[in-house]
Design a protein around this ligand. Structure first.
Ligand code: GN1
Ligand code: MG
Length: 366
């Protein structure tokens, strides 16, 4: 990537002013993200330019249609409350032809949004940040509670189908494409032992006990923007996987990512644990916003959703490790294995603390 290229792409999205500079944003595992700076009207204006990973998102145009439709819906909802939506929902740029994307001759798929003023993201979350994340994802769900779920395009079929994720894992073990299976036999066996408990939440949807809702489906705290000064939540970002799904999965994935005492790729599994204070903070924020909207079964499914999402994410990391790191971007050869080990330790610690998790949920669900 270089300045000329970034400027050229931004111009496709109607951005005016003097191009200044760009930086690469490295936190996501899927898309390539850049922040571009322009000078206009006496001040610096910044934009987020993203190359969508079309290996992961096979129908990026439909994904963008979802995103535009959902962000417009949220914008309308926020405005109805009398609050300014400017910093509370993403705003995408259009090309001259009125499209929200630009496809290069080589097929590269680009989109561009305004950077929300004075916002920041966090890779790890304190209890305060977790509570704010809980509010952000709770509000996201609330704003979209009357959005027609069936109209949403399914950006990645079977994304949180835990049963299929385990089947894909078993296939990867069998194929052993990179001859890595023998080395990770212990991890394979431990994940297989978790399968029954991991697929429980998905089965509750299959049986009709849990309803499908509009969900974000990738609720890590790094997908929330916060106010730089107050650290209060502003907007939810990374909307590629907005799909019909389970509230338990949005809740659970946020816990997986944010209530871990260590990082997702911590190398020392003994440092990994469920942080119950952060769990409680997220639960308080989330249920404080939307407990009235949830059914009793949904409230009862939240803690189990955290176990399901952690085991599922870990199985996806291990599958990708066995397949040769094709899906998640890795910084070093064992990165996916390290991630898989950390998720395994976290899922086991959640099971140890399951009663406590349920108690906390019940406290805020009343
Ligand atoms: C990916 O795009 P990013 O980095 O926010 C993945 C999530 C995983 C997460 C693990 C589309 O999220 O499902 O939980 O990595 N997104 C996709 O960090 O597969
Ligand atoms: Mg994502």
């Amino acid at each position: 990537m270089n300045d000329a290229k970034i400027e050229e792409l931004c111009r496709k999205f109607g951005i005016e002013g003097e191009y200044r500079s760009y930086e690469k944003v490295t936190s996501g595992h899927i898309n390539q993200t850049y922040k571009a700076y322009f000078f206009r009207g006496g001040e610096v204006k910044d934009y987020i330019l993203q190359k969508v990973n079309t290996y992961v998102f096979k129908s990026p145009v439909e994904v963008m249609n979802n995103i535009i439709s959902v962000t417009e819906h949220i914008r309308k909802k926020i405005k109805e409350t009398g609050v300014s939506a400017k910093r509370r929902v993403l705003h995408y740029q259009q090309t001259d032809e009125g499209k929200y994307y630009y496809i290069e001759e080589n097929g590269d798929f680009w989109r561009c949004s305004r950077f929300i003023d004075d916002s920041c993201t966090f890779l790890t979350a304190s209890a305060f940040v977790m509570e704010e994340s809980g509010k952000a994802f709770g509000e996201f769900q609330k704003y979209l509670s009357d959005y027609p779920v069936k109209d949403l395009f399914i950006s990645i079929p079977h994304f949180h189908n835990t049963i299929m994720r385990f089947e894909a894992f078993k296939t990867a073990v069998k194929n052993d494409a990179c001859s890595r299976a023998a080395k990770v036999r212990r991890e394979i066996d431990e994940y297989l032992a978790l399968e029954d408990v991991a697929v429980k939440t998905y089965r509750r949807q299959r049986s009709g006990e849990l309803p499908l809702r509009v969900t974000h489906s990738d609720t890590k705290c790094s997908n929330v923007l916060f106010d730089r000064k107050t650290q209060e939540h502003l907007a939810v970002i990374d909307l590629d996987t907005v799909m019909p799904g389970l509230v338990a999965f949005d809740f659970g994935d946020a816990i997986r990512a944010g209530a871990n005492a260590a990082a997702e790729d911590e190398k020392d599994p003994s440092r990994i644990a469920l942080d119950l204070k952060k769990f409680e903070a997220f639960t308080r924020g989330f249920l404080g916003v939307n407990k009235e909207d949830l059914t009793a079964a949904e409230k009862d499914s939240l803690a189990g959703g955290a176990v399901s999402m952690t085991a599922e994410c870990g199985v996806r990391f291990l599958t990708d490790y066995l397949d040769g790191d094709k899906y998640f971007s890795v910084d070093y050869p064992e990165h996916n294995l390290v991630r898989a080990r950390s998720q395994l330790a976290l899922a086991k610690d959640m099971l140890q603390n399951f009663d406590k998790m349920q108690e906390i949920v019940q406290k805020y669900a009343r």
